[in-house]
Design a protein around this ligand. Sequence first.
Ligand code: NAP
Length: 495
Amino acid sequence: MATKYQNFINGKWVDAKSGETFENRNPANWNELIGTFPKSGKEDVDEAVKAARKAYEKWRLVPAPERGDIMKKAGDIMVSRKRELAELMTREMGKVLAETMGDVQEGIDTAYYAFGEGRRLFGKTVPSELRDKFAMAMRVPIGVAGMITPWNFPMAIPTWKIFPALLCGNTVVFKPASDTPATATEFVKILVEAGVPEGAVNIVHGGGGAVGNAITEHPDIDLIGFTGSSDIGKKISASAAGTLKRVSLELGGKNAQIVMDDADLKLALDGVLWGAFGTTGQRCTATSRLLVHEKVYDKFMSDLIERTKQLKLGDGLKKDVEVGPLINEGQRKSVHSYVEIGQKEGAKMLTGGDSATGDGLSDGWFYQPTIFTDVTADMRIAKEEIFGPVLSIIKIKSLEEGIKTLNDSIYGLSSSIYTQDVNNAFKAMRDMEAGISYINGPTIGAECHMPFGGVKETGNGHREGGWAVYEFYSEWKSVYVDFSGKLQRAQIDNY
Ligand code: NAP
């Protein structure tokens, strides 16, 4: 029997006011219904915001170390439930168990980082220009945070936002992706069990148009943490501008890996297979373009094709499966349409190119890992985010050409170079236009205590992860204490 899930508003599990629901199914086996979820709307968001606003008045006064203790407890619960959460996630969105275990682990690491940050949240003291006067700047919470998340990291991404937001003293209204509402609900249950008080965290399920819009336009929401596509990010930015909200946007990518002629080719091969086909290519940091030096091109390509053909597709809960399904039918159609575009544009398809069928694959949204060569930088498959297991290969003659091609993108999230030459490595580190660069590592593999985000249309300049995200979820307040007992006029009395 499928589980009936609810919204969590003001400390209570409730249905959508409309009474309507939507379904969540397993992309590896569409016959498996995971649960039904409330199809909420603006009126549910209004209730959640009211609860979050009320809770904010108390939560902001809880000492940050005490808030941190709750994050620690949430991390401990996640540790004890790690495998069960990962299995649910694999059933809900398809990535293989090793990856969903990693997704939960990222949540655990983020919880423990937040625990530590509760005893830091550093402010600054500086000398005042006047005598008998003290000057300091401290970090204060902002208010009610609206969180809108994608489906490809259903635990990690919500934790990247919600742990720091709560730790800083904000309260939360959370709308997870419609494709991964179950993992999101489990996360909220963990927060409640760990001791987050009534109203401080609320989850409202439902579509981006209805619930998402109601959040971004809401006059009583102060800030938005959004991760998703650049198209929706732009809409959110415009809609949140009406109430001048603080908005953090973590958006799409078209990431490239360079393989130089001096690279360790075996390492580079392992890297690109993991970068391009891990999570079935459905990562913001997925390797979507491979830029290979002409001197090693032929050898590298033949090894790459051979290894790609050997990748084992299937249900991510099964042992030895390396590549799971795409998230849903719409995504499979979208990926296939890019494959057709690539063929029409004149790229040469060396493997893949269609839905994957056969034993255990017929009831899911599987797609063959696909490789195009003879790709030129102006082709759509070299420019647009495909978000599937499709890799476009471009031959390069030099490091300079590699970096120029890598930078020829509206996006700038992740980048990678394989080289044994320290000069190449440092030039690439400096010149690759991306928020994240890997030397001798694939484009995927971020660690939660480092800033995460991108340049150009990948975002709007904020970062998640590590210390950087705490800047977004708090703001500076400058405080002057004058203990001179007289009126002192800055800039006037002392000069
Ligand atoms: P998406 O379609 O942009 O959806 C993201 C979230 O926005 C979902 O919760 C969605 O709700 C909601 N939404 C949709 N329309 C909305 C609207 N008009 N107003 C407010 N919210 C709205 O992205 P996705 O398919 O879930 O995820 C894939 C994309 O995310 C890719 O582009 C990927 O690169 C990007 N991503 C970026 C990062 C990063 O850190 N840079 C990380 C992971 C993924 P529904 O699910 O109900 O439609």
